[in-house]
Design a binder for this molecule. Structure first.
Ligand code: PMP
Length: 353
């Protein structure tokens, strides 16, 4: 009844979305502020008659709007149903074990090995430095079919500086694709989009889920050379021609234009992150330097699972990874200032037992 392919899968496990009670949810890196208020006006004026027809399969106007926002050509933009789906097309289109293994960091977004299993791509995890930062040498010492990593990395939150990306691109073979997953770049990092005109094998993946506060919408995109984008379109059109529905296309246009609003809310998140980091440090916690909307932290003598369970009992959801090497950490999404103050109160109690 079930294919061998299916039996081999080990699916991604998303963070909890509990329905039983109300938690302060700091576990899935959602934005704590509402999406652009312009979306409300759009929804009020949206004619349901438009839903009678299929969406534009190319999402042309949305791609044009995204292109304008990033100062690139429309031919350099690809959109999909969340960046997870964009990444799925990326893995299908560019990574092939016949050319070598796919490389990604040892601690990173746990969907990458899942896609590898799904598409039968061999991979190798590249060790991080002792301070959990990414090592360029690790990526260059192997024969590989490509590289992918989030920048800043998840769950560490650590940024790989743009200068180092440039150095990596200069040394890496031009016929292999490097994908920078910029899910969290708007919380203080510098985007690699500025490098795509120089490096035709560089692809940048983005999402509306985090900095644009639209995780429930399911919209993501990729920016890269036209040839890479055409390959993604071929993969998409062999799977689902209409991954982005009409309403999502319209909301995506309105949201990305409202950069003033998003700079404001993301600025608040950055401020709260810095506040939380310095408070935790003064309480003796080790907090990795984050440019994301989450922090990765630990304290000697407190296993990650225990921190997670105690906070959950106290109505706060955070993320803990049952993975050797990071079991003593928890990842905490930056919430609104009052959420973070509640969290700090509970953490102080955790310390004193
Ligand atoms: N990349 C990274 C590094 C992520 O953490 C996430 C969120 N889980 C995604 C991509 C996927 O985001 P989405 O599918 O919501 O666009």
């Amino acid at each position: 009844m079930f294919s061998e392919r299916l039996k081999r899968l080990s699916p991604y496990v998303p963070g909890e979305q509990p329905q039983d009670k109300t938690y302060i949810k700091l576990n899935t890196n959602e934005n704590p502020y509402p999406p652009s208020p312009e979306i409300r006006d759009l929804l009020r004026d949206f004619s349901i008659e438009r839903l009678r027809l299929y969406p534009d399969p190319q999402s042309k106007v949305l791609c044009q709007t995204i292109a304008k926002a990033h100062n690139v050509d429309v031919e350099q933009v690809f959109v999909g149903n969340g960046s997870d789906e964009v990444l799925s097309f990326v893995f299908y289109a560019f990574f092939d074990s016949a050319m070598g293994k796919l490389l990604f960091p040892e601690f990173t977004y746990s969907f990458y090995p899942v896609y590898c299993d799904y598409y039968g791509i061999d991979y190798k995890k590249i060790q991080l430095n002792d301070d959990y930062s990414l090592s360029t040498e690790g990526f260059l010492n192997e024969t590989s079919c490509g590289i992918i990593f989030p920048n800043p990395n998840a769950p560490t939150g650590i940024l790989f500086p743009i200068k180092k990306i440039e150095q990596l691109m200069k040394k890496y073979p031009k016929d292999r694709v490097v994908v920078i997953d910029e899910a969290y770049i708007d919380f203080g990092g510098e985007s690699a989009i500025g490098l795509i005109s120089r490096f035709k094998n560089l692809l940048v993946a983005r999402t509306y889920s985090k900095s644009m506060s639209l995780a429930g919408l399911r919209l993501g995109y990729a920016i890269g050379d036209e040839k890479l984008i055409n390959a993604l379109v071929a993969a998409k059109d062999s799977f689902n021609s209409y991954p982005v529905d009409t309403l999502t296309q319209k909301i995506g246009e309105v949201a990305i234009k409202d950069s003033a609003y998003y700079e404001k809310i993301n600025g608040k998140i950055i401020k709260t992150r810095e506040f939380l980091t310095s408070e935790l440090k003064s309480l003796g916690w080790e907090v990795l330097p984050s440019t994301a909307n989450f922090i990765f932290m630990r304290k000697k003598g407190l296993p990650g699972k225990e921190i997670y369970l105690t906070l959950k009992k106290n109505g706060l959801l955070v993320r803990y990874f049952d993975i050797d090497g990071i079991k003593d950490f928890v990842r905490i999404t930056i919430g609104q200032q009052e959420d973070v103050e509640t969290l700090l109160g509970k953490i102080k109690k955790l310390d004193t037992g």
